[in-house]
Design a protein around this ligand. Structure first.
Ligand code: ADP
Ligand code: MG
Length: 246
């Protein structure tokens, strides 16, 4: 649904940076964790979109990534599938009874709708595994979200303001973060969340950029995004799919 594959072969794709791994042409050759591959099929995904063909092997290779691609190009699965695979391969900690949760992946998104969509996709792909996702966003009481968190959190998805509120309660530590994902980074900056995002990355013990894997997604690549990329990414590959302004 929603994806038009007809024109995909004509879309220009550009990868810039050292030692880029080659693209995949099917989900089977991606090396994804078996349960996720099954869930991808169940979701009706038959073949990867261009951003998925390039992003999945780049992320599986452990590289940082700045990816520019239009809305509707399949960016969510492009980062979730390799990140979830990496988490399963390195082993999930049993976090259910810990007083302080230590998620291994943090996804920051600009709006409640986007955060929820990412959370629901993560839940769909992780179906049948022990991997637990939790989403937090504003405009609703924090109590329910805190209880969800306390029941075990491997991947935390949220909007910047609510993430700061939650982190302030000291029930979640970012010290074990292996994957930091900033989705729709241009929108995040347009909405004025730059300071919040920087605070999340810098003030809560998240490992430095050479000790985590950072993935940034954006529809456009204006100067402020280039600045943020230089700040947060380490030896990254730049992927541009289709015509992206900036
Ligand atoms: P973006 O984040 O780039 O805006 P999404 O990840 O939200 O795009 O994907 C847009 C829509 O396409 C979603 O409904 C998603 O389920 C669907 N989709 C993503 N990848 C594929 C695929 N490989 N095959 C079929 N549908 C896909
Ligand atoms: Mg998206």
């Amino acid at each position: 649904k929603g994806i038009n594959f007809d024109n995909f072969d004509k879309i220009p794709v550009e990868v810039t940076g050292q030692d880029a791994p080659s693209r995949i042409n099917s989900f089977d050759e991606a090396g994804l964790y078996d349960a996720f591959l099954k869930n991808v099929r169940k979701a009706g995904f038959e073949k990867p979109t261009p951003v998925q063909k390039f992003s999945i092997p780049i992320i599986m290779a452990g590289r940082d990534l700045m990816a520019c691609a239009q809305t509707g190009s399949g960016k969510t699965a492009a980062f979730l599938l390799p990140v979830l695979t990496g988490m399963m391969k390195s082993g999930l900690s049993s976090s259910q009874f810990s007083t302080v949760q230590e998620p291994q992946a943090l996804v920051v998104a600009p709006t409640r709708e986007l955060a929820l969509q990412i959370f629901m996709d993560a839940r769909k792909f992780a179906h049948g595994t022990m991997l637990r996702s939790v989403v937090v966003y504003g405009g609703t009481s924090v109590g329910y979200q805190m209880r969800q968190l306390e029941q075990g959190t491997h991947i935390l998805v949220g909007t910047p303001g609510r993430l700061l509120d939650v982190l302030g309660k000291q029930k979640v530590s970012l010290e074990k973060i292996k994957y930091l994902i900033l989705d729709e980074a241009d929108r995040m900056l347009d909405m004025g969340f730059g300071p919040e995002v920087r605070k999340i990355v810098e003030d809560f013990g998240m490992p430095p950029k050479n000790e985590r894997q950072t993935l940034m997604f954006s529809a456009t690549f204006p100067e402020e995004i280039q600045k943020l990329a230089a700040e947060f990414l380490n030896d990254y590959l730049f992927l541009s799919v289709g015509r992206t302004g900036g």
